[in-house]
Design a protein around this ligand. Structure first.
Ligand code: 13P
Length: 245
């Protein structure tokens, strides 16, 4: 399985930053055996796409509305993101679940809308620190998967423990192994052979220094990278740490 290294720029990046971050990625291209994806804010999707044009680096967005169009002030449809050049979209990120009260049913509707518009969804799941301390992490993530993935899901899952995001405290290899095995089992139980082929990304304080160890864990099919994806050299170093397909 080829690794997918995806950069989530979150609410960072102006037009003036595009060249600095995206041009080195376009010049390098994905390391052999690895897929590279950048997900900038929607305001600069087109500019980033222009810099990446002709390279094998893919372009994605960070959210979409479940409806194809209509009276939804401030929202963006999957078709609009596709029109701006995106072919991927991150959905159900814990920051959206927390900041905007997004629940599993909405994430599931967004995933269906994304697929209908030709976007490949990356559906995020992950427990809070309190849930992990209470021993609820596996059940929480199993519930998020059951509720957030449509029946015809054909995308990527990202496991991002909330307590590891932006904290510098990545999950241990043992914790990642336990969770990714549980996610794989849930995907196979629900989707059979199709579930065995879904890439399961790890996200949460992935850096060049810890990438090789995290990416070598069984059933880790890549990384969803926040802070380190804003630095092209760090992002490429993480991609180079991925095991060769
Ligand atoms: P950090 O890599 O900054 O911890 O962010 C992870 C993340 O939330 C990616 O979606």
């Amino acid at each position: 399985m080829r690794a997918l290294i995806a950069g989530n720029w979150k609410m960072n990046g102006l037009a003036a930053d595009v060249e600095r971050i995206a041009a080195p990625l376009a010049a390098s291209g994905p390391p052999a055996g690895c897929d590279l994806l950048v997900c900038p804010p929607a305001t600069i999707l087109r500019e980033v796409g222009r810099v990446l044009a002709g390279s094998a680096v893919a372009l994605g967005a960070q959210d979409c509305h479940p409806a194809p169009s209509g009276a939804h002030t401030g929202d963006l449809s999957a078709a609009m993101l596709r029109d701006a050049g995106a072919t991927w979209v991150i959905l159900g990120h814990s920051e959206r679940r927390a900041d905007h009260g997004e629940g599993d049913a909405l994430v599931r509707a967004k995933a269906a809308a994304a697929a209908a518009a030709g976007l490949t969804p990356i559906v995020c799941v992950g427990e809070t620190e309190a849930q992990r301390v209470a021993g609820e992490h596996l059940g929480i993530v199993r519930g998020q998967l059951a509720g957030s993935l449509p029946d015809d899901f054909a995308g990527v899952v990202a496991y991002e423990p909330v307590w590891a995001i932006g904290t510098g405290r990545n999950a241990s290899e043992a914790d990642v192994a336990e969770m990714h095995a549980a996610v794989r089992e849930a995907l196979i139980t629900r989707f059979a052979g199709r579930g065995a082929a879904v890439r399961i990304l790890y996200g949460g304080s992935v850096k060049p220094a810890n990438a090789a160890a995290l990416l070598a864990v069984k059933d880790v099919g890549g990384a969803l990278v926040g802070g380190a994806s804003l630095n092209a050299a760090d992002f490429l170093a993480i991609a180079r740490a991925a095991p060769r397909a």
